[in-house]
Design a protein around this ligand. Structure first.
Ligand code: AMP
Length: 396
């Protein structure tokens, strides 16, 4: 398969699917330009190679044309991030758009209007994808955040570029990072799974059990396991209907020689609040009326060497209610252990909404090997699913 580095972009019209679905404030100013930054290497590669970069993206969830979701709002931020002028094109298909593209100069950047102003985008309508395809000689997908959707611009369009399609740098990096974790020959491989519920992680757990050596369980998920094993969890969060499943996971892990690390102590609180009374208790003996909202100090001491010795670490989900300062210590400490391991050569991948939010909040982002940009897409890859946007580029 050709990579972006194998293409000659000289005088080519290059259609790049980016994920510029950025947050805007009430005045339509971009409040977080990370996603624009993330696509910058791919866009500059095309421009420096002498091509025209035609950027297409969605923004928000418009039902038809809604000015609040116009990509026009992000033009100035895009120019600032890319350090180059960007021409906004007020639609993404049609003869006027085709004319603008035809008349564009090599080395220029066009930003098309929101793809989702056309319902055919999300429906994956072939004729709409074909209209988009008309605009470019080469198609690059660099939108990992939507790679799990079979939309016109992310998947269906690729069939019109049998030879001339590839991943952008961001998408290639996401795929490489996850392959590094799931197909590693370096050992031990450790997965840290936290967050609130077992039910939302079960498919991931089933998929990765064959590929890991240690599974650290934290967060609210803990208590379904502890209760299933006969512990007393007070009023901690628990999915009673998943207790059998928890025991099944423990059985399977034993069979596959995966060591499961459950917390041994927790920070218990008498309310779900920063002003709650708290005490450190044994995870199996949480008093009635108290709930475990973070891992305790003994647990952290036990996890430290496991992290230190790991060669590959996947972190998905916080160890506690990190949004409340009183219960953030477990997640921060774990983040610091992973940062230290990373500095000594461990590969660390952080993926999935809340752990990404946690590393950002605690200033640990630059200390991880890779922090995924796509919540849902990353989770589906961890579940072992083939993402349509990736398959469309890989297959002919
Ligand atoms: P998830 O979306 O399943 O990854 O869950 C993330 C959420 O789990 C975060 O908002 C955390 O606050 C929450 N969480 C973590 N630990 C606990 C806990 N012990 N009890 C309740 N919620 C928790």
């Amino acid at each position: 398969m050709k990579t972006i580095n194998d293409f000659n972009f000289k005088d080519k019209k290059v259609l790049i699917r980016v994920d510029f679905n950025v947050p805007l404030d009430a005045d339509f100013a971009v409040t977080d330009a990370n996603r624009i930054e993330a696509a910058k290497p791919t866009i500059l590669k095309v421009i420096e190679g002498g091509g025209t970069a035609i950027l297409m993206s969605h923004l928000g969830r418009p039902k038809g044309v809604e000015d609040q979701d116009s990509l026009r709002h992000i033009v100035s931020k895009t120019q600032e991030v890319l350090g180059m002028p960007v021409t906004f094109v007020p639609d993404c298909v049609g003869s006027e758009v085709e004319d603008v593209v035809k008349n564009s100069k090599s080395g220029s950047i066009l930003l098309l209007e929101n793809l989702r102003f056309h319902p055919e985008e999300e429906k994956g309508t072939v004729s709409f994808a074909e209209q988009l395809a008309k605009l470019g000689d080469i198609y690059i997908n660099d939108a990992f955040g939507t790679a799990h959707r079979a939309h016109a611009s992310t998947t269906v369009i690729a069939q019109f570029f049998p030879e001339n399609k590839t991943f952008g740098y961001l998408l290639a990096k996401e795929i490489e990072s996850i392959h590094k974790v799931l197909n590693s020959t370096d050992k031990p491989v450790t997965a840290v799974l936290g967050g609130s519920k077992v039910s939302s992680k079960i498919t991931i757990i089933e998929n990765i059990l064959d590929k890991i050596d240690h599974m650290i369980i934290g967060g609210g998920m803990t208590f379904t396991f502890i209760k299933a094993l006969g512990g007393k969890i007070g009023s901690s969060i628990c999915e009673d209907d998943k207790m059998e499943l928890a025991l099944e996971i423990i059985r399977k892990a034993k069979e596959k020689n995966v060591q499961i690390h459950l917390p041994v102590d927790v920070i218990a609180a008498d309310a779900f609040s920063n002003t709650a009374n708290i005490k450190i208790v044994d995870v199996n003996d949480i008093p009635d009326g108290w709930q475990g909202l973070d891992v305790g100090p003994k647990t952290l001491e036990l996890l430290k060497p496991v992290i230190k010795e790991s060669k590959i670490i996947l972190w998905n989900g916080p160890l506690g209610v990190f949004e409340l300062e009183k219960f953030s210590n477990g997640t921060i400490s774990l983040g610091n252990y992973i940062a230290e391991a990373t500095q000594s050569g461990t590969f660390s991948l952080v993926g999935g909404g809340d752990s990404v939010a946690a590393v950002k909040q605690f200033g640990l982002e630059s200390k991880m090997s890779y922090v995924s940009t796509g919540g849902g897409a990353m989770l589906e890859m961890l579940e072992g699913k083939t993402l349509p946007g990736i398959a469309a580029i890989e297959n002919n």
